[in-house]
Design a protein around this ligand. Structure first.
Ligand code: PHE
Length: 338
């Protein structure tokens, strides 16, 4: 039995030295240490030994077992280390490679334009207000002094939801809504969406406006001119000229359409301004006394002015966009230019 133990020990060590991976090591462990393994088989033979031999062989058997256990452990550790190194090498990241730049999103040109307009009027003390896009015809028309037979109420222009509820055709209804809730003096701008049945190079069914309303005692038309002149110069440049053309809006009296000198030809006349030298940018006027009545303000105590501009129009002038429908096509090649 002594020889057998010695042989098992030598065989195990020899086979161990040839092991190259954890799976083979485990197989070998079972071959020698398993319940039916070589060592166990020998140990089961202990019963046949004499009383004198048993302690001697027992001691030897323990020594062999201990020796082999240590040897297996050592090899196991070495293989684990190897596996880890292999894994680390496989997962290595080359930090010298150039990085991939993530694509950053940015604000849509319409939003950029609204931000800019807001910033300019903010500098003149205007606060931002808003109101619903789904509007009652009372606020969109009646309270703005727009009679039932006015062409603006026509189904051809206005998107109705029911007989009395519609998608607002302008941001002006917020004038009355705001005056109902606040006492004068007020000074607001209202950026927002509006809707009209219209579609061509300069119109989309959904579009944006910025409304302005200033109400106080003794407000005059010249203050309207001053505010708009200041806006135009900040928005389009110091050299921008401005002109008021008489016009009609039901909710302002007197009313005007306001043009700026063409930003392309500086007023000489070109294709952009159809040879006129001027570009229309907004509608404006002194608040009609009837509108004050609807809002429960006394027309004898306050005066004011209002204006409304199309954001797409302002954006197309600032950026030189010939067809404003491009603003809604979400073509990244177009949008990345802003
Ligand atoms: N609401 C008018 C429009 O949409 C613009 C406007 C606003 C005109 C305020 C005068 C005063 O055309």
């Amino acid at each position: 039995m002594r020889e057998e133990l010695k042989r098992i020990e030598a065989d195990a060590l020899a086979e161990l030295s040839a092991v190259t991976n954890s799976a083979d090591l485990e197989e070998l462990r079972i071959k020698f240490f398993g319940r039916k393994g070589l060592l166990s088989t020998v140990m089961r033979g202990m019963g046949t030994l004499t009383d004198a031999e048993r302690p001697v062989i027992g001691k030897l058997a323990n020594e062999v077992r201990q020796h082999l256990t240590n040897a297996f452990e050592e090899v196991g550790e070495r293989l684990n280390r190897q596996d880890r190194e292999k894994q680390l090498a496989a997962e290595a990241i080359d930090i010298t490679l150039p990085g991939r730049r993530p694509q950053l999103g940015k604000k849509h040109p319409i939003t950029q334009t609204i931000d800019h307009i807001q910033q300019i009027f903010g500098g003149m003390g205007f606060q931002v207000a808003d109101g619903p896009e789904i509007e009652h015809e009372y606020y969109n028309f009646d309270a703005l002094n727009t009679p039932v037979d006015h062409p603006a109420r026509d189904l051809q222009d206005t998107l109705y939801i029911t007989d009395e509820v519609l998608l607002r055709t302008h941001t002006s209804p917020v004038q009355v809504r705001f005056m109902e809730k606040h006492k004068p003096p007020i000074r607001i701008i209202v950026p927002g969406k509006a809707y009209r049945l219209d579609y061509d190079v300069s119109h989309t069914p959904t579009f944006h406006q910025v409304e302005g309303l200033l109400v106080d005692q003794h407000v005059t038309f010249s203050e309207l001119k001053g505010v708009l002149q200041s806006f135009a110069r900040q928005m389009f440049g110091d050299q921008t000229a401005m002109r008021f053309r008489p016009h009609f809006f039901p909710f302002t009296e007197p009313s005007a359409e306001v043009d700026i000198s063409c930003t392309v030809c500086s007023g000489k006349g070109c294709r952009t301004c159809s040879g006129t030298g001027w570009l229309e940018i907004l509608g404006a006027g002194a608040v009609d006394p009837n509108v004050f009545e609807y809002a429960n303000y006394s027309p004898n105590e306050v005066t004011g002015f209002a204006f409304g501009m199309g954001v797409e129009r302002i954006a197309s002038i600032s950026y030189g966009i010939p067809d404003i429908r491009a603003l809604y096509e979400n073509d990244l090649r177009f949008l990345r230019q802003f």
